[in-house]
Design a protein around this ligand. Structure first.
Ligand SMILES: Nc1ncnc2c1ncn2[C@@H]1O[C@H](COP(=O)(O)OP(=O)(O)OP(=O)(O)O)[C@@H](O)[C@H]1O
Length: 300
């Protein structure tokens, strides 16, 4: 049974649909990404999963439970990351951990958690005095203090410097290694590509694509591009006959071909066979960024 199931979820604000038939299922032990442009409906979707918003239509289940009707039981299995504004600046790290542990019937021991997250040196520091990275580590600890089966992390690394962001990625991987399923909302392609097993790309309230990061890249047009200036003219017919060729352009003595790895390998074989040297050879891959732009419409 999937840990999270969302089926045909719909939610409108003031008659405007912001979540318009979203469906996905998150399997146990996955890091599942929800990616999309600003205003796509990502937060509204995960807030329905957390039971913080009531869907207009559709079905949401967390470990088989309804987050609205069974809110209390869902809170026992689901850890949600707080938003910055939800924690008082004067609360110390220790007080926050004790307070949140007390909310749960079977909390994890917060001490090893604090140790794992590097919070021990700042247990007596007030929340308002923590750095961005330290705050995020505390939010992760608070999301885990109820010993959940699944955590929802929404824009966790926004505003962090590259080092703190990488440290946070490592923590997310550690969470999963500890057996907790992760639902991750993010704007960062690199983050999604590095961490997520599968990604739902949400655009204008709908799932535009749902696949592995590599699968999303493969779907995108012109996956791999190879370009070079041949030392001697190549037979255009030979080039056009290359396997899996998506496009070919010949301009100012330069050849630009797009296709797959197979196309690239065949070009290399062709060059070797015809004893032609490729000058200024460049091979570029489509990135998740390109796939994202392909999959989501530019807002007008
Ligand atoms: N309580 C609300 N009342 C009215 N409109 C809302 C409310 N909450 C969100 N919206 C609107 O719904 C749309 C979707 O918002 P949502 O926060 O779900 O998107 P998002 O994909 O998480 O965006 P972002 O990446 O910018 O956080 C936005 O246009 C937002 O302004």
């Amino acid at each position: 049974m999937p840990v999270i199931e969302v089926t045909d979820l719909r939610k409108s604000y003031g008659g405007r649909p912001v979540v318009d038939g979203v469906s996905f299922a998150v399997e146990e032990g996955e890091i599942f990404g929800v990616l999309g442009p600003n205003g796509a409906g990502k937060t509204t979707t995960v807030e329905c999963v957390e039971g913080l918003r009531v869907p207009d239509a559709g079905r949401v289940r967390v470990t088989g439970l309804d987050p609205v009707a069974d809110h209390r039981r869902v809170a026992e299995v689901l850890g949600a990351q707080l938003q910055q504004s939800e924690l008082q600046a004067k609360l110390t790290v220790r007080e926050a951990l004790e307070l949140y542990a007390a909310f749960h019937p079977k909390p994890a021991d917060w001490r090893p958690l604090a140790e794992r997250l590097g919070l021990v040196p700042m247990l007596n520091t007030r929340f308002g005095k923590l750095s961005g990275g330290q705050k995020q580590r505390l939010f992760i600890a608070l999301a885990l203090v109820g010993d959940p089966r699944v955590v929802v992390l929404d824009e966790l690394t926004t505003g962090l410097d590259p080092r703190a962001r990488r440290e946070t990625w490592q923590l997310i991987e550690d969470i999963r290694a500890g057996g907790v399923t992760v639902l991750l909302v993010t704007h960062f392609m690199e983050e999604a590509q590095r961490l997520c097993d599968r990604i739902a790309v949400i655009d204008r309230g709908r799932v535009a694509a749902l696949d592995t990061p590599a699968g999303l890249i493969r779907r995108s047009a012109g996956a791999t591009v190879i370009s070079f200036t041949p030392s001697a003219p190549l037979d255009e017919a030979d080039l056009r006959a290359l396997p899996e060729l998506a496009s070919a352009e010949f301009k100012d003595g330069r050849v630009t071909l797009s296709g797959t790895d197979e196309t690239v390998n065949a070009v290399i074989t062709l060059l070797a066979r015809t004893r032609v040297t490729a000058h200024q050879l460049r091979v570029t891959d489509t990135t998740l960024d390109d796939a994202f732009l392909d999959l989501t419409e530019a807002s007008t």
